[in-house]
Design a protein around this ligand. Structure first.
Ligand code: NAP
Length: 316
């Protein structure tokens, strides 16, 4: 079984990197596949304030780099490649085959899926057409381009509020458009947004169009109560309306919920023995760096026990 990995981890965000650190310390032969830079969504997070151990907060890219370095220190092998499929276990070794987009493949006795999630789009007129011309899904990336300009943020969750506060450092005005009469975001973010003189809230409002034509000139909104339409003039429209799990790789193999999140138990075991899930791709109630890291550690521990059992070496 020497050419076979004990564990292949697909996805190098906080969940995958923590799993990789734990499995390397457990001396499992581990490969982590990440199609881009390791770090996942924290790569585009300006500051993380709720990860323990950093009383003043920590920059997202900085934390990603440290997590990567820490995992590699214990011997984790990281490959910059995209996994395209996982074939069920076959043959006497009980190994899965993980195929890569580049045509190569590798065998793994266990697999952890930590592929995270991607931003949703609204699907309203002007959104696609003006992408990169004022429409953005990343405040941290594009915020500095809007120095002294007015922007609209659509959404009422943590991402919308955090990014609005970041955008307010550059923009002259940030208008948050949210479809309900109250926000979904964590209370401390709401307090900060309400206390920021550059931020205005437009509740009970649905964005119906991003107005162009050549670049963003405004966002058309409809008042939920009256049905009246109006246009908020702006130079940028930032859309933060939630996420969709990157679970395509698992969809024909393991059980997903109706939104595509992978179903797993407290030990991160999915419906297929030997496949584990952790991080934002997993069905759960709280999506945070700290929960992703904890789940990564648990997934690795479960994979270790599973592989030891397979090899007849389990420590009981
Ligand atoms: P989210 O929590 O799902 O919030 C999405 C927001 O967009 C909601 O307010 C939702 O409205 C609104 N929305 C959804 N579809 C819409 C549509 N078609 N039109 C208009 N509005 C729409 O997503 P998120 O803010 O991206 O956060 C994702 C996860 O990451 C969450 O679990 C969040 O807690 C976590 N996160 C945590 C932090 C942190 O801890 N600092 C930072 C960022 C993200 P409704 O409220 O009406 O449903």
């Amino acid at each position: 079984m020497n050419d076979i990995y004990d564990l292949v981890i697909i996805g190098g965000g906080p969940a995958g990197l923590t799993a990789g650190m734990y499995s390397s310390r457990a001396r499992m032969k581990t490969l982590l596949l990440e199609k881009m830079l390791c770090g996942g969504q924290i790569l585009v997070t300006d500051r993380i304030e709720n990860y323990p151990g950093f009383p003043e907060g920590v920059g997202g890219p900085e934390l990603a780099e440290w997590m990567s370095r820490q995992a590699k220190r214990f011997g984790l092998e990281i490959m910059t490649e995209e996994a395209s499929s996982i074939s069920p276990k076959d043959g006497p070794d009980g190994a899965f085959t993980v195929k890569l987009k580049n045509g190569r493949s590798m065998k793994a006795l266990s697999v952890i899926i930590s592929t995270g999630a991607r931003w949703n789009s609204l699907g309203i007129p002007g959104e696609k057409e003006l992408m990169g011309r004022g429409v953005s899904y990343c405040g941290t990336c594009d915020g500095p381009l809007f120095k002294g300009k007015e922007v609209v943020v659509i959404g009422g969750g943590d991402t919308a509020l955090e990014d609005s506060l970041f955008l307010a450092k550059f923009a002259s005005k940030v208008t948050i458009v949210h479809r309900r009469d109250r926000l979904r975001a964590t209370k401390i973010l709401q307090e900060r947004a309400r206390a920021n003189s550059k931020i205005e809230l437009r509740l009970n409002s649905i964005a119906t169009e991003i107005v162009g034509p050549a670049k963003v000139a405004g966002v058309k909104i409809k008042d939920v109560a009256t049905g009246a339409s109006s246009v908020i003039k702006c130079d940028g429209a930032f859309i933060f309306i939630g996420i969709t799990p990157n679970s395509d790789i698992a969809k024909d193999l393991v059980k997903l919920d109706d939104k595509g999140y992978m179903i797993s138990d407290d030990d991160m075991r999915t419906s297929v023995e030997g496949i584990f899930a952790c991080g934002d791709v997993r069905k759960k109630t709280l999506r945070q760096v700290v929960t992703a890291a904890g789940e990564g550690a648990t997934a690795s521990f479960s994979a270790e026990h599973y592989v030891d059992r397979l090899k007849g070496k389990e420590y009981k």
